[in-house]
Design a protein around this ligand. Structure first.
Ligand code: SAM
Length: 342
């Protein structure tokens, strides 16, 4: 019997049937800055909030009540205030604000991809003319701008393990393939003054990475390689090549092709680090974000899909890498697969 003991019942189906409404409610509240409007004031009634937001009073009342129903707001009588935690996560002046990534995850770009999922499944791949395989796909610019909950801790884990592995190495030249925000490489650079990072991605995404590098204070040790990872001149050889949430955009065969190419640009004893979501080694219910992401890859690419840790072992081994290891860090949804040139 599977480890998941959940039974199909009406309550679970109802939750899935209505989940998109909660997504769009949250998105609207973020876009309207409802939480900002309630941040500094005493509990407010809908008319006050509507006056601050310049929205329609009736629309505002219905929205606020729905937010209270989702327990993002408290409602006492007809007055509304922030629920516990909302001030930290949903008010735009907070350092932990996550409205940006909420807007990315609830974007029309994701919705458009999944709206016709049944047709996508019939077809077996993307139906969109512009998709994640299109150079400079605009979604990746937004994704690079607003970090996910797992980005910083994931980048820190890669940095910590890379720095302890690299202790004996004189140089620490890092290539971050499909770098997006670039934080995987920048966290290494922050921890080691000798580290130099090369960020590879489409030009529009590299503009965002450049801003993150400057913010992290490592911009003077970063260079940028705009272009397609499969064909661009890789500009030298590297101690470490990082692939963060990159390979699931491609088929197993294409991953092997890419890792072989990258392995040819490793210095002796150099290392490849694959970081990101995987499927296949745990019951699906324990990896449900990964399986939902897999739907997006189905709808956004021709052949991409999440690979299992075992497939990553094979991909790295076929690139001539040895000592292939899979690790995870409790609390992080990612797996980390490393392999080294002999
Ligand atoms: C899911 S994001 C990963 C970003 C970051 N590495 C992370 O782990 O969060 C995938 C990135 O790969 C880039 N990308 C996709 N196909 C590419 C290709 N053929 N060549 C270079 N970059 C590509 C996208 O622009 C995007 O920034």
């Amino acid at each position: 019997m599977s480890e998941s003991a959940a039974t199909v019942n009406q309550a679970r189906l109802l939750e899935m049937m209505t989940a998109f409404k909660a997504t769009y409610l949250l998105r609207a509240a973020i876009r309207l800055r409802v939480f900002d409007a309630l941040a500094s004031s005493e509990p407010a009634d809908p008319d006050d909030v509507a006056a601050i937001l310049r929205t329609n009073p009736r629309g505002t009342r219905i929205l606020l009540r729905a937010l209270a129903a989702m327990e993002l707001l408290r409602m006492e009588g007809e007055k509304f205030s922030l629920a516990e935690g909302a001030g930290e996560l949903l008010v735009s002046t907070s350092p932990q604000y996550c409205g940006g990534i909420i807007d990315v995850a609830a974007s029309d770009c994701e919705w458009d991809a999944l709206r016709d999922l049944a047709d996508v499944v019939r077809h077996g791949g993307t139906l969109l003319d512009e998709n994640a395989e299109s150079p400079g796909f605009p979604y990746w610019v937004d994704f690079a701008t607003h970090l996910t909950f797992a980005t910083r801790p994931g980048a820190q884990f890669v940095a910590d393990t890379t720095l302890s592995w690299a202790k004996g190495r004189e140089t620490l030249d890092v290539l971050d393939v499909g770098c997006g925000h670039g934080l995987f490489g920048f966290a290494i650079a922050e921890g080691a003054p000798r580290a130099r990072v090369t960020c590879l991605d489409w030009p529009n995404v590299l503009d965002v990475a450049r801003r993150h590098a400057d913010r992290a204070g490592v911009g003077d040790r970063v260079r940028y390689l705009p272009g397609d990872a499969f064909t661009v001149d890789l500009g030298g050889s590297y101690d470490v090549i990082v692939l963060g949430n990159f390979l699931f955009q491609f088929s197993f065969r294409r991953c092997i092709e890419l890792v072989r190419r990258l392995a040819g640009h490793l210095k002796p004893g150099g290392r490849v680090v694959v970081a990101g979501f995987t499927t296949g080694d745990r019951p699906p219910a324990q990896d449900h974000h990964a399986h939902l992401l897999n739907l997006l890859m189905l709808a956004w690419t021709s052949q991409g899909e999440l690979h299992s840790p075992d497939m990553y072992r094979k991909i790295l081994a076929s690139g001539g890498l040895s000592r292939v290891e899979v690790t995870e860090r409790p609390g992080l949804p990612f797996r980390f697969v490393t392999g080294e040139l002999p």
